[in-house]
Each structure stands twice: as structure tokens, then as C-alpha cells.
Design a protein around this ligand. Structure first.
Ligand code: PYR
Length: 508
């Protein structure tokens, strides 16, 4: 392969001839733009440029050479050649990032998980914030996930010696963790931090909690696994691919490299409508798409005026949704049981009936979850479903045969306490870990975990519990949980919540 100068690269900047440089290699992606799962537009924005930083923000560099013949290496970028302004979009981005972070509060001023969110909202790249923070449609379930905790009251016992409190517990019968909390899987970590999910891996290792590594991570599975400290247990979250051989390979790899649990996402046969994400993409890209791409982007159709009408079903989520197979069914779970010896846990169960079915299959557990309110709007919160799951498993004589995890809206140590009281073994933390990562990196995530531990220790002490097994159902009054009426307004949560917006007028 010969050398390609910046000037030569810049000549291939359109859909007729599209070259990009990634990691020092120049690729001809003219054919690939039409099959890119994220659409042509995202690549065309980088046409004729060194797209390394834009690419790494979403993917691992090792992904590109693995593509089929529609991605053709054409040469090595000659970094000693004269660089043109049009070769680089990263300087403007760096300036904008510096501006957003100017005057940012210090980590020492962060007192609780909401504080990370408040800072993230102001400092993150708008499209990253939109992707992480958005929920489905009216975000009723997103907000309900948090509000549900206020309908559970605590019933403290007194005169218990609580001078020593131990928050440690065991997950999947094999992993001793310092907290009944794990970092759950979230996609596209590099949107929030240049090192992506490895930041979470390192923080989890430092605090002895489990990280669930996502299929749709920005980092490769190897990058994440290599970031572990010795003896750090991790889980792997699986999106089942339409090509079951791809799935078999990744599952076998996760197992061979020591992952201790396979968490199969079952609540996302397709990704939900996240309108904050969609709205932002719409505003940002309208001129781009209509003017530049010439319109053979997947999902477009012509309007009567000859302009392209863009089907923006999913914003950033769209870029990854084609890796998910909507045909996934119980039969595939049985197949997975033949593929791996890792304990299998279903992530995204929302009824007692499905939990019973999972237990009948002999699975290791379920995560009671509505996917952070990002999938089906107006469904119930995980914490509300939990008692139904426990009751149905008891009725079926299967309670205790598998572990029950829960996620969605957990922001306080008291929320964790309530979940344990209602029968959970552990609690997944999603967005707060992304916000802590995006604002303060590894130190931020470690601080977040410390905050959860400090809050849980305090609540356990005030409740008269010295160890996790002391936390019992009779310590909470959940009789109002399913009434869905919260009387007290939670001001901190309201402050960080970003309301949905209608389309804006452009009158300039
Ligand atoms: C999400 O965006 O919610 C995914 O799970 C990919």
C-alpha cells in the first residue's frame, strides 16, 4: 500500500468517492456507506478526513479491517504531508468541549449520584447526553423508575448494635462483591469518555464490584477484559445476533476469557423510540442529509417537493439497532444453554410469569428491568415488578432456585436497601455510572460507588442491619408501590431531569 497525502484524501469527500482515514490507514468506503448500520450520513460527515477520533468515539479501531470487501484499504496516511483544514473536524470539537467544561464543579463538591448527572448534562457532547439520558416516548416509565422508590417506606428497628456494618454479598453463588450493586451494561461508552467502557472496568476492579460488559460497547471485549485487575469477576451482556454463529463465537470467547455470567437482553427485539435522541439528530442533520448525500441513504424517501424526507426512527440508537435480532425466543435460550457453561440470566424480565418460565428452564437468574425506561413507555418499574416475581416464584415452588436482580432508577443507597428487602440479590446501576465516567473518568466512577456504599451503610445502620442478610421484607412498607401515586415531589431529581421539547421555530 502506498502513501496517501492529506490532499489526496480530501479529494474523496463525497458519496461518489468516499475515503476516510482511521488509525493511520486510508480506506475507500464508497460502497460501504450504503450498508453502514448507522446510515451513510455519519460516514459522509467524515469523508476526506482523518476520522480516527470520530470512529473511536463509537467503535473499536480493530473493527474496520474485519469488514467485508466493501471497506477497502487504499494506502497509509502520509502524516508528514501538508494537512488541510478540511482534513480535520476535531479542533472545533475540542474547543467546544473545553467551553462546556469551563468552571465545572470539582469532584469534591459531588455529594450524590444526581450531582454527576447535573454536571454531565452541562458538560457532555449534546448527542452523547441525548443518547444516554433519553427514555422511550413520553418518558413516563423513565421518571416512574425513580418515583416508585418514594412509595416504599422504611420501618427501622432500634437498639441494634450497628458499630460494624458489612455491605458485602455474593453474586451468582461465586463472586464475592463489596456491595449488592453492579455496573450494568450500557452501549457506546466512548460517547462519554475517550477510553469508553474500560474506565468502568477499572473502577469496578478498584472497588470490587462486578461490571456487566455490553455487546454494543465502544471498546472491544478484549480491551475491556484486558483492563481487569487480577481476580476481577465480570459478566457479559449479550444481544443475540441474527447470525447465530456470531453469537456463538462471542459467547465462547467471553467464557474462555473468564466471564462469570451471561446476561441475555430479552426486552429489546427492537430499540424503543427515544425522542430526545431523535430530535437532536433531526435538528443537527437536516441540511446535511438533504444537501449532501444525494439521498440514497437507507430510510429516506422523496417528498412531493423533491426533497428527501428522512426517517429518523432512532437517532444514535439507530446506529446500533441492526445488531439486534427481533426473532429471539425461548428456543434460543435453550440453545444458549447448550453453547455455554456460564450461568445464564435473562435481562429485562417484567412479569412473574416470565420469571417462572426462566426458573423452569433452570436459568441462574433474571434481571427485573425495563431497560432504563428506554423501551416500552408506561410499563412498570423494576422495583414494582419485584414483589410479583417473588410471589409467583413462591407459588410455583421455585423461589430460591434462581437469583433475582433488578435495575432502573436506582440513585440512592436507600433504593438499594428497598430492593434487597423486596427480594433482590443485587442492583444494576446504569446511567449514574455513565455520568460519573463522562464527567470525572475512573475517579468519578469510584466516587459514585463509594457514595452508594456510604449511603447504604448509613441506611443499614439506621435500619438496625449489620449485614445484607439482615435486610428483610418486613422492614419496608410497599403497600402503596403499585398505586403509582407519589405525594412528595423530589426536587433534586426534577432539577436534573431534562423535559422533552417540541420542535423549535427558526426565526433568525
Ligand atoms: C440502548 O440504547 O438502550 C441499548 O441497549 C443499545
Amino acid at each position: 500500500m502506498g502513501l496517501v497525502t492529506y490532499k489526496q484524501l480530501a479529494e474523496h469527500n463525497n458519496s461518489g468517492s468516499c475515503w476516510i482515514a482511521v488509525g493511520g490507514t486510508v480506506y475507500d468506503v464508497t460502497q460501504f456507506i450504503h450498508t453502514h448500520p448507522g446510515g451513510a450520513k455519519i460516514i459522509l460527515k467524515e469523508a476526506g478526513k482523518d476520522a480516527t477520533s470520530a470512529f473511536e468515539a463509537v467503535h473499536s479501531v480493530e473493527l474496520l479491517p474485519r469488514f467485508d470487501e466493501t471497506v477497502k484499504p487504499v494506502g497509509t496516511l502520509d502524516k508528514s504531508s501538508e494537512r488541510l483544514d478540511s482534513n480535520d473536524s476535531s479542533t472545533a470539537e475540542a474547543d467546544a468541549a473545553a467551553l462546556r467544561r469551563a468552571g465545572m464543579p470539582s469532584l469534591g463538591s459531588v455529594l450524590n449520584s444526581f450531582d454527576f448527572e447535573a454536571i454531565a448534562r452541562q458538560t457532555m457532547k449534546p448527542e452523547a447526553w441525548a443518547y444516554y439520558s433519553s427514555g422511550a416516548e413520553d418518558e413516563i416509565t423513565l421518571r416512574e423508575n425513580h418515583a416508585a422508590f418514594h412509595r416504599i417506606a422504611l420501618k427501622p428497628r432500634v437498639l441494634v448494635n450497628v458499630s460494624h456494618i458489612d455491605t458485602s454479598t455474593t453474586f451468582l453463588k461465586q463472586t464475592r462483591v463489596s456491595l449488592p450493586v453492579y455496573i450494568t451494561a450500557c452501549a457506546l461508552g466512548k460517547l462519554g469518555h475517550p477510553d469508553g467502557e474500560t474506565v468502568l472496568t477499572r473502577a469496578a476492579g478498584a472497588r470490587n464490584v462486578v461490571q456487566m460488559m455490553p455487546t454494543l460497547a465502544s471498546c472491544s471485549l478484549d480491551d475491556m477484559l484486558n483492563a481487569r485487575v487480577d481476580s476481577q469477576d465480570t459478566w457479559f451482556q449479550l444481544y443475540v445476533n441474527a447470525d447465530r454463529n456470531v453469537t456463538r463465537d462471542v459467547v465462547l470467547k467471553a467464557e474462555a476469557r473468564g466471564c462469570k455470567g451471561l446476561f441475555v437482553t430479552v426486552d429489546a427485539p427492537q430499540l424503543g423510540r427515544r425522542e430526545k435522541d431523535m430530535r437532536l439528530k433531526y435538528q443537527e442533520d437536516i441540511s446535511d442529509i438533504i444537501v449532501k448525500t444525494g439521498g440514497d441513504e437507507e430510510g429516506e424517501s422523496s417528498t412531493s417537493t423533491g426533497q428527501k424526507k428522512v426517517n429518523r426512527a432512532m437517532g444514535a440508537a439507530r446506529a446500533i439497532s441492526s445488531f439486534i435480532d427481533p426473532s429471539l425466543s425461548w428456543k434460543d435460550i435453550e440453545w444458549l444453554q447448550t453453547v455455554t457453561r456460564m450461568p445464564i440470566v435473562l435481562k429485562g424480565v417484567q412479569t412473574g410469569a416470565d420469571a417462572v418460565q426462566a426458573a423452569k428452564l433452570g436459568l441462574a437468574g433474571v434481571v427485573v428491568s425495563n431497560h432504563g425506561g428506554r423501551q416500552l413507555d408506561t410499563c412498570r418499574s423494576g422495583i414494582e415488578i419485584l414483589p410479583e416475581v417473588v410471589a409467583d416464584l413462591k407459588r410455583a415452588g421455585l423461589h430460591g432456585k434462581m437469583e433475582i436482580y433488578v435495575d432502573g432508577g436506582f440513585r440512592r443507597g436507600s433504593d438499594v436497601f428497598k430492593a434487597i428487602a423486596l427480594g433482590a440479590t443485587g442492583v444494576g446501576i446504569g446511567r449514574p455510572s455513565l455520568y460519573a465516567m463522562s464527567t470525572f473518568g475512573q475517579e468519578g466512577v469510584e466516587r459514585l460507588l463509594d457514595i452508594f456504599r456510604e449511603e447504604l451503610e448509613m441506611v443499614m445502620g439506621l435500619m438496625g442491619c449489620t449485614k445484607i442478610s439482615d435486610i428483610t421484607e418486613d422492614m419496608v412498607d410497599a403497600s402503596h408501590l403499585s398505586t403509582r401515586v407519589s405525594l412528595v415531589r423530589d426536587m433534586l431529581h426534577q432539577t436534573v431531569y431534562e423535559p422533552l421539547q417540541p420542535p423549535q421555530f427558526n426565526r433568525s
